[in-house]
Design a protein around this ligand. Structure first.
Ligand code: TYD
Length: 403
């Protein structure tokens, strides 16, 4: 069962105001097989905390429901490889990590990268059995479950000195932030570098990336909220770096207060420049609904003109869009995706099948809506034949455009 969330995850305030809603939505990664029932629906609403500026969901779905069999695999794309390189460079400017523990290690891709770049001891923590098995096959020890103090003790007993703890795009999935920080205390010594990367709320608001709001993402992190969270903890923000990955991400490095290393100027600079208000969220909500109306109008007009339309990228974003647009396979015939775990399944909440990317050039539809817009440049290059044969791309974010 889902639970109602009433207290701010970062500062504990109970004065949370509703700023955005997409009504009832299915779980964005619950891709059903043909024989299975379509997904359950849960409220999708963002609450804003005026005290610490954290945006957070009102409804928390238990991790066991969300992640027991999880089809999201860290992208094997060139864009992601290039990001790993940039992130690693940023880490290496701080330390030479020989032992690395990754929280939310998925199928072990980042740990594999760390190993190839000099880490000699690695371990991961992830609740998805199917992905942990894949990591095991790569020789990466993976502890099954979400991070809590017990899990941290288990990982710590396997790796008592950890130079680097990485949490890439997982902190935004965490429900109990206090427990997360206490677990870090178990894992870290005073020299450990902690790297937390999440989508940055300023990019979300600026580019109206409403499709990155779904039940797995329990919060939309601001630096100010992180400062509130760490106030009484042994950790402090050490450095803040913005990256373009996934529509705009922020990497927050933490260090122990006893590390003897002064925080980088980026922390105070970005704290000072970050001003997020309830009005920003309200404006965002209006723009998001206008975006949904615009794309729906475009699709219906194209269908009235007898055009064929498909989707590309069965991302969680595609689920949010398709359920907000209230479209079915009559309008969007199928969605292509390279992830084998998603193929031959259906977009959650919609009866639209997911097929292999080859279908794009086999079927040659008139239009393909790119719901992996964060990889559009790479996809466009890969699918050059589609354009050459007269197909057109519809890219819905940041601005709706036809290419
Ligand atoms: P992604 O943006 O990583 O995530 P989210 O689910 O968080 O929105 O999803 C991108 C999807 O697009 C993923 O399912 C893989 C797919 N994809 C392709 O099918 N082909 C490609 O070339 C790339 C880069 C991604």
């Amino acid at each position: 069962m889902w639970k109602l969330h009433t207290k701010c995850r970062a500062c504990g305030s109970d004065k949370l105001n509703s700023v955005f809603s997409l009504g009832l939505q299915p779980l964005a990664n619950a891709f059903a097989k043909p024989s299975e029932l379509q997904s359950a629906f849960y409220p999708l609403e963002v609450l804003f905390c005026p005290l610490c500026t954290l945006g957070q969901l009102s409804c928390t779905v238990p991790p066991s429901t969300l992640y027991s069999n999880y089809p999201y695999v860290t992208s094997k794309s060139e864009t992601m490889q290039a990001h790993f390189e940039s992130l690693w460079k940023a880490i290496k400017s701080e330390c030479e990590p020989e032992s690395v523990c990754e929280i939310g290690s998925n199928d072990g891709d980042f740990l594999n990268f760390a190993r190839a770049n000099g880490a000699v001891a690695i371990c991961g923590i992830d609740p998805a059995e199917n992905l942990a098995e894949e990591a095991d096959r790569k020789g990466i020890q993976t502890f099954r479950g979400v991070l809590d103090q017990d899990m941290a003790k288990t990982a710590f007993s396997a790796m008592p000195v950890i130079d680097l703890v990485v949490a890439r795009h997982v902190f935004c999935h965490v429900d109990d932030w206090q427990e997360f920080v206490k677990s870090l205390e178990v894992l870290c010594n005073k020299n450990t570098l902690v790297v937390i990367e999440v989508p940055y709320v300023l990019d979300l608001l600026k580019n109206v990336e409403f499709d990155t709001i779904y039940h797995e993402h329990t919060s939309y992190l601001s630096i100010k909220a992180m400062q509130f969270l760490l106030e009484d903890s042994p950790f402090q923000m050490h450095k803040v770096i913005r990256f373009p990955i996934h529509g705009g991400a922020i990497c927050i490095m933490l260090r122990h207060r006893k590390s003897g290393i002064d925080p980088h100027d980026s922390v105070s600079q970005m704290l000072h420049s970050e001003q997020i208000t309830e009005d920003d969220w309200n404006e965002f909500g209006m723009s998001a609904h206008a975006k949904i109306d615009n794309l729906r109008e475009l699709v219906l007009k194209l269908k009235a003109d007898k055009k064929s339309i498909v989707g590309y990228g069965a991302s969680a974003k595609a689920t949010v869009w398709l359920n907000s647009l209230k479209l079915s396979r009559d309008q969007v015939a199928f969605v292509c995706d390279s992830t084998s775990q998603k193929q031959n399944r259906f977009v959650p909440g919609a009866d639209i099948p997911i097929v292999d990317p080859g279908a794009l050039t086999r079927e040659l539809p008139d239009y393909a809506i790119c719901w992996a817009w964060n990889f559009f440049r790479e996809i466009q290059t890969k699918e050059v034949l589609f354009r050459e044969k007269g197909g057109k791309w519809i890219v819905p974010v940041p601005e709706l455009k036809i290419v």
